[in-house]
Write a protein that binds this ligand. Structure first.
Ligand SMILES: *[C@@H]1O[C@H](CO)[C@@H](O)[C@H](O)[C@H]1NC(C)=O
Ligand SMILES: *[C@@H]1O[C@H](CO)[C@@H](O)[C@H](O)[C@H]1NC(C)=O
Length: 312
């Protein structure tokens, strides 16, 4: 051990966390490109270093197969042209580093776990984006160092507004429902879960908003928005069908209602129902190999353990 310590002190760079890997020779160009892009990104965002070659005799092998998975027992990443996306390739590298998170969280978790002190460990919530200074720049409706707060909460006019910690499913409507809402209602509901792999499906049982005497070109006198969902165009019209079912891009949705203060008739507002769906099955760790995961990870962590010793 003393020898290692001396070595570690003399050659600190060689002991930054290195993953040796090789691309199987039969892989398609498309598969290798996906791996190369993910490696380039992970090296930019974290302090992990990926080295092509099998000098240490036990590299991670990227192998084109019929599926996408991580087989820890023989350190093989299986990739198929049918399931590779930029996110899959990145998430699978996360798995190799024993970080089981969606794409947007992986680098931060790696930097915390591997003590990448010179890299960013800030987590931006609710769709906030990291800037070059490792600070979050928040999306509409959010504020705080990590975009963790609703920026307009002080304006809410109804007791049901605010963050809803989602269970499996639930209903959302104004407290006045099924009676008519008050004029000048301003409300946001943020449906949110703890598990980053969850997505939220939102459907509408009723959508009674002000569509009386619509001026030309206008599709609703109330303003209704849903942020954080796929393919939604805001504001959402209320002059036709109820909105179709929506699905969140991650584990939250932000819904906003601003009613028209000049409304002449009464309306009840929306009546919504949400359902939480877990999407964790995305990339598998091959199940028959589960028992050997820990040892494979341990051996891949050896260089870090040594680096940690150096600090003592
Ligand atoms: C790992 O095992 C799988 C079968 O379980 C095999 O297809 C693959 O080639 C192996 N990987 C290496 C690097 O030998
Ligand atoms: C990271 O640093 C902490 C304390 O600073 C230490 O306890 C831990 O073992 C380190 N982890 C690694 C992987 O080096």
């Amino acid at each position: 051990m003393r020898g290692w310590l001396l070595f570690a002190t003399l050659f600190p760079i060689a002991l930054s966390t290195v993953f040796n890997y090789k691309l199987h020779e039969s892989n398609d160009e498309e598969v290798n490109r996906c791996v190369a892009n993910a490696i380039e990104q992970i090296q930019r965002e974290t302090c992990l270093f990926w080295e092509d070659g099998d000098e240490d005799g036990d590299p991670v092998t990227f192998l084109q197969s019929g599926h996408c998975s991580w087989q820890a027992s023989n350190k093989t990443v299986h990739l198929s042209p049918n399931c590779i996306t930029d996110d899959t390739c990145f998430e699978i590298l996360g798995k190799v580093a024993d970080i089981e998170q969606p794409r947007r969280h992986i680098s931060r978790h790696i930097n915390i776990k591997f003590n990448c002190t010179e890299k960013c460990t800030t987590e931006c919530q609710n769709g906030g984006v990291l800037d070059d200074e490792c600070k979050c720049s928040c999306q509409y409706g959010f504020k705080g160092d990590n975009c963790e707060k609703l920026s307009r909460a002080h304006q809410f006019t109804d007791t049901t507004c605010g963050v809803i910690k989602a269970q499996q499913s639930g209903n959302i409507a104004l407290s006045t429902h099924p009676d008519n809402y008050h004029k000048q209602t301003f409300c946001q509901w943020q449906i949110k879960t703890e598990d980053p792999w969850d997505v939220i499906e939102l459907s509408f049982d009723d959508f009674d908003l002000d569509n009386d005497e619509l001026p030309p070109g206008q599709h609703c006198n109330d303003l209704f928005y849903v942020y954080g969902a796929y393919g939604v165009e805001n504001p959402i019209p209320c002059d036709g069908e109820r909105p179709r079912k929506m699905r969140s891009e991650s584990n939250w949705l932000l819904i906003e209602l601003r009613t028209n203060p000049f409304s002449e008739k009464g309306h009840k507002g929306p009546e919504m129902r949400y359902q939480v769906v877990n999407t964790k099955s995305g990339i598998k760790t091959l199940s028959e190999e589960q028992t050997s995961v820990s040892t494979a990870v341990l051996s891949s962590l050896l260089p870090i353990a040594i680096a940690a010793l150096r600090l003592l």
